[in-house]
Write a protein of this length. Structure first.
Lengths: 279, 321
């Protein structure tokens, strides 16, 4: 084989592998989208999963998912929890980062170590005991349980804020202090506005994590009224049993917002998740 | 990514050296009252984060260790100290111990996952058409809700579902229940977890590879290095820190696999993982003591793995602060 044809063969194989990978990723999702548009009858005829729906604009299953699957209240609950926990994470994380970076105090090393070691404790393992604490505060089966847990156990966002606070010149703080600003004013008027890119990153990463979380709402909010999208979708398993067209509609409803967010905020998302993982 | 962190760290160190004496003289000059106030200020900012951290991370860990030596059921006011009995039970009752073998499937899957992610990250770090599209497609599953993924793949493995239809198109007709036997079910579930988590590994690797300066490749090409040489001598050393991080994430992820198997099979047909078992012990069978012991064991294993990794690959990024 000549060098050129070898090169061409390698290129073809590369593209082939990329196309195969794309099919593997997309096909299961596309089939669920197709299934969500099929009628009960079409499903009963068992024409095969890859068959196109008769009416591609048949949204009946989505109506069912909203009405019987209570997806509307699920999106509402998720929105409330998202709003509170993400706002809380931003405030708490940025305050902690400000204090750790801008002040030298006696136990500073200890505080930093506390945050560092906590990243090593995987949340799933400690829920046995966390449950008792949440319960003793009377927060079990209320929206406060997930809100407080999401706020209190997010150390990654403290790190993201820390990196940004560090890049803000101290001279800004000092000139404000000379103008008579106190510590809180400096945090509020100088640090926080300059943290906007970090806040965007934390909001997106935290938002997606909270939106997708299943374990905490499943454990702490068993009542049906408090279903978030994960737990409400999970409950589709019972009443809709083998009605895959309804289950598929629910799944598509949950995936769609994520897809939109991803398409519009790609760059932030890649940066945020890589920064979050490497801490 | 790597280079920005480094300049960040050195820049900070330099600045702290400048800032420290300035702060000290300012403090020395300040009157007593304001000095006290200044000493108190960081604690006002740290109060909320620290209270939350201690209440929801450290207190549970401490309680969990305490519960693990008792026979508490999680509800009744009385509990008695049982010593190491829970731990003995955990390691001697075979059905409790079996869940570790299930982790083996996920561990094997994460090896596949790392290799595949590394391959695609390398391929897409070179000039490829539709690069952003492929990058997006490979990463997107990582962002999808776990319950939705569970349903997508329940339908995928369903009798007459996606997989059977595709195989049918290829002329293979099987009426195999993919989730029907323990081995097949575990392999299928581990496959789903590769589908789900590959994207994160891939994007981490890609970021690391792209932070390698381009001149290195050019220089290597001038020296007659081929693609494999470039991978072996430029890319591989460049991504070592990220690779070791990924290995840790994979090991702890395999041991604490929960969502995919719980949503898809609920732990039936031999797919129960360690975390599913712990959750069931604690919240279904009210064996808080035993469940705590199980959680302590998992925590210790994960800490041990992390410690080994830190020893093997000393990573200066760890002391960012």
């Amino acid at each position: 084989m000549t060098r050129l044809s070898r090169h061409r063969a390698a290129r073809t194989l590369t593209y082939l592998s990329l196309v195969v990978a794309s099919v593997v990723v997309l096909l299961p999702l596309l089939v669920v989208l197709l299934t969500s548009l099929k009628s009960e009858q079409e499903m009963a005829n068992d024409s095969g999963a890859l068959q196109l729906p008769d009416d591609p604009l048949n949204f009946d299953n989505y109506v069912t998912a909203f009405q019987d699957g209570r997806m509307l209240s699920a999106f509402g609950n998720t929105a409330i929890i998202l709003l509170f926990s993400v706002t809380g994470t931003v405030i708490i994380g940025s305050m902690a980062a400000y204090a750790i970076d801008r002040y030298t105090f006696r136990a500073r090393k200890l505080v930093v170590a506390l945050f560092l070691v906590a990243t090593l404790v995987p949340g799933v393992t400690t829920q046995v005991a966390t449950f008792q604490i949440v319960d003793s505060f009377g927060m079990f089966d209320t929206r406060w349980a997930p809100i407080v847990l999401y706020m209190g156990t997010d150390i990654v966002s403290i790190y993201i804020f820390l990196q940004f606070v560090r890049s803000i010149p101290i001279s800004l703080d000092e000139s404000a202090r000379l103008d008579g600003a106190n510590a809180f004013t400096i945090y509020r008027k100088i640090i926080l506005p300059l943290l906007k890119p970090a806040i965007a990153t934390v909001v997106i990463v935290k938002g997606i994590t909270v939106y997708n979380d299943f374990y905490i709402p499943f454990l702490y909010m068993p009542s049906e009224d408090l279903g978030v999208i994960s737990t409400s979708l999970f409950r589709f398993k019972g009443p809709f049993g083998a009605h895959w067209e309804n289950i598929s509609a629910g799944a598509v409803l949950v995936i769609l917002p994520t897809l939109l967010v991803f398409l519009f905020l790609q760059r932030y998302i890649y940066n945020g998740f890589t920064r979050g993982a490497t801490k | 990514m790597a280079d920005t962190t480094e300049t960040g760290v050195t820049g900070k160190a330099a600045r702290r050296v400048e800032a420290a004496p300035a702060a000290r003289t300012a403090q020395a000059r300040a009157p007593r009252g304001s000095r006290l106030r200044r000493g108190l200020t960081p604690w006002l900012f740290l109060a909320a984060p620290l209270v939350l951290l201690i209440t929801f991370t450290y207190a549970p860990v401490a309680n969990m260790v305490a519960y693990s030596f008792t026979d508490w059921d999680g509800v009744s006011p009385e509990l008695s100290y049982t010593g190491g009995e829970n731990y003995v039970e955990l390691f001697t009752r075979p059905e409790l111990f079996e869940v570790f073998f299930v982790s083996g499937y996920y561990l094997a899957a994460s090896v596949v996952q790392i290799v595949v992610a590394l391959y695609f990250a390398t391929v897409l770090s070179f000039n490829v058409r539709f690069r952003n599209f492929f990058k997006g497609v490979l990463f997107f599953p990582y962002l999808i809700n776990g319950v939705a993924i569970g349903f997508v793949f329940l339908y995928f493995f369903q009798d007459g579902g996606t997989l059977d239809s595709i195989l049918g198109l290829l002329g293979v007709h099987s009426d195999r229940a993919w989730l029907g036997t323990p081995v097949s079910a575990n392999v299928s579930l581990a496959g789903v977890s590769v589908w789900r988590y590959l994207g994160l590994n891939f994007v981490l690797f890609l970021g690391a590879i792209q932070s390698i300066p381009g001149e290195l490749y050019e220089a290597a090409e001038l020296d007659g290095a081929n693609r494999w040489h470039q991978f072996r001598y430029i890319i591989a050393p460049g991504i070592r820190p990220v690779l070791s991080l990924t290995v840790i994430l994979s090991v702890s992820g395999s041991l604490s696999a929960f969502e995919v198997p719980f949503i898809m099979t609920g732990g039936a047909t031999g797919t129960e993982t360690f975390v599913i078992q712990t959750v069931k012990l604690a919240f279904q069978f009210n064996k808080t003591g035993l469940a705590s012991a199980a959680a302590v064991v998992l925590l210790l294993i994960i800490l041990a793995v992390t410690w080994v990794q830190r020893r093997l690959v000393p990573d200066d990024k760890v002391d960012l602060v």
